[in-house]
Design a protein around this ligand. Structure first.
Ligand SMILES: [Zn+2]
Length: 371
């Protein structure tokens, strides 16, 4: 095992050299960057504790004017704004043009970035209508500048940034890159009812110095939530929703900040995700909370969808005055997705299968609520 690990590190190092040394020679086009994470905070100052003045999504491009302490300065809403540089990928103009030429010739587009937005038009100003992942291949309909219009599985079309794709031979995509996407296939064939036009704020509870509940074996609630949120965000995007997350990594976000992010947007629904804990290990199951009476229907629809999708005890819908719900302008719910202090729940909630089912249940519950 140890030899294999050393070998992988060596291969990883070679890949690192291969990927990064050539890009360094394209230094002349370094002032445009693309967001390489699903959601990225835009801050007023170059510091983690500075106030958040906006959010960017994966694939959004920023022009950089200066750099300071690992932060880059751009403009957001006409104001000077700062973004952590390690979430940005340099966009090389020479790479972009060579890619689009070969893509147009081949008639097929294969996504090369890990996760890419599908948009309604050729530019980052157009709304996000879905997501696609590394290894996914589409028929090219037409190209406009650096953007490619492709046929989607549901019969419609969407636009993908050309520089996040790789035209060459689709057969060259390693099969293990595809395996991650197999799970997503059923969710992409979303029915006629969709979440297109809806802005959903996902709120992964806890993070950073706040681990949330601590379960059996020292499992942290925040960690199980993080992986679950990724799946929920993905399925919501596949259903057409615009998804905003209140934290996109393991860092602390105050309750007030979560509320603020939620209220900054024209949010149609706010969904806070949690796992539960209780001193008595027999206590188990899933529940959904709401604060204001007007949010009861949202809680009912999502809990009903959850209870019929997962094999967990249904604790039902409950009212509670959680701060993130009380001060939210949009319809808001808080989901408790199982007890990490119950051995059976814990064994289930950590599986990718369960988290995918939760994602499906939240998506269907929201579709039922909105339609
Ligand atoms: Zn919690």
């Amino acid at each position: 095992m140890r030899k294999i690990r050393h070998f992988s590190i060596f291969i990883g190092f070679l890949l690192f050299l291969f990927l990064f040394i050539p890009s360094a020679s394209h230094a002349e086009s370094k002032d445009t960057y693309e967001v390489g994470t699903s959601i990225l905070n835009v801050r007023a100052e170059p510091a983690n504790n500075s106030s958040i003045i906006g959010l960017l999504s994966e694939g959004d491009q920023v022009v950089v004017f200066q750099e300071k302490y690992g932060w880059v300065q751009t403009y957001y809403g006409g104001e000077e704004a700062w973004i952590a540089k390690h979430h940005l990928v340099p966009v090389s103009i020479t790479e972009k043009s060579s890619h689009s030429v070969s893509q147009a010739a081949s008639g097929k587009i294969t996504v090369s970035a890990r996760s890419v937005n599908v948009r309604s038009g050729p530019g980052t100003d157009y709304s996000i209508i879905g997501s696609t992942y590394s290894g996914d291949t589409y028929n090219l309909v037409e190209s406009s500048g650096e953007w490619h219009k492709v046929s989607l599985a549901n019969g419609s079309t969407g636009w993908i940034a050309g520089w996040l794709t790789n035209s060459s031979d689709t057969e060259e995509v390693p099969s293990n890159t595809n395996s991650d996407n197999v799970v997503n296939v059923p969710t992409k064939q979303t029915t006629d009812k969709s979440l297109a036009g809806y802005n959903i704020v996902l709120d992964p509870g806890h993070g950073g110095k706040d681990p949330g509940a601590i379960g059996l074996g020292g499992i942290y609630e925040k960690d199980v939530i993080t992986s679950t949120t990724g799946k929920v965000a993905e399925q919501l995007r596949n259903a057409g929703a615009t998804v905003i997350v209140t934290r996109s990594g393991d860092y602390f976000v105050s309750l007030n900040e979560r509320v603020r992010i939620n209220n900054v947007y024209n949010t149609h629904a706010f969904v806070s995700l949690h796992y539960n804990a209780y001193p008595i290990i027999a206590v188990n199951g899933v529940s959904t909370y709401y604060s204001s009476e007007s949010d009861q229907n949202l809680a009912r629809d999502v809990q009903a969808s959850l209870a019929s999708t997962v094999n967990m005890y249904d604790r039902g819908v409950m009212q509670a005055d959680y701060r993130v719900l009380r001060y939210s302008n949009a319809p808001s719910i808080l989901m408790e997705l199982g007890f990490i202090t119950n051995p059976n729940d814990l064994s289930i909630v950590q599986t990718a299968d369960y988290q995918s089912k939760v994602a499906q249940a939240v998506t269907n519950g929201l579709i039922n609520y909105f339609h």
